[in-house]
Design a protein around this ligand. Sequence first.
Ligand SMILES: N[C@@H](CCC(=O)N[C@@H](CS)C(=O)NCC(=O)O)C(=O)O
Length: 211
Amino acid sequence: MITIYHLGLSQSDRIVWLMEELGLPYKLEWFNRGNDMLAPAEYLALHPAGMAPVIKDGDKLVTESAAIVEYISHKYGGGKLSVMPDSEHYADYLYWMHFNNNVQSVFFLKMAMGGNFDESETNMMAKTAKRREDRYYTYLDSYLATHDYLGGDKFSCADIMVMFNLAELSLFGGRTIDDLPNVLKYVERISERPAYKKAMEIAGPATTQPA
Ligand SMILES: N[C@@H](CCC(=O)N[C@@H](CS)C(=O)NCC(=O)O)C(=O)O
């Protein structure tokens, strides 16, 4: 059985969501962040830089969300939430599977700058991060104006990868989505999925470590 090493309030909740979508059994091991918000020292035994999510399958530790999601989807989910290379949606699927990296690199830059970009900023990194944040999110909103799902015409791992950034990143000071009507509708719709609701009850932001 797969073990999910979950860091309380983090994107490792997406792995719980994936398992619930696929109806697969799993064991959840819960870790809390320290006062410094970092994963605890024990997590360094699981991941070289102590970053969640990490899963264990037999003796094998697997890290990095997109890799974990595809690993589980193909190995245990019959690939039903993955989009295959022969699909017309394959390129879109891959793009949105990796969108996480775009928005999160911008998020970290923003946080390093104190949580906001100064419009008059002449610093090259601030200008770059501001432009990327603006354009990535408006691109996402325009894409969702004509698509119900990110990775094609049905729900897929790409939706599981992106949702954290829309529903939870703002809890850490990331960009909100209130001004993005199509993103708001998408988040509302995806949040209604029974597996999402269940996963958030088990490991989502409002949940604390089980006793
Ligand atoms: N690209 C990585 C990002 C993982 C990541 O940034 N995890 C954060 C939680 S959302 C983390 O572990 N933070 C705690 C730490 O770095 O100590 C992935 O998708 O798995």
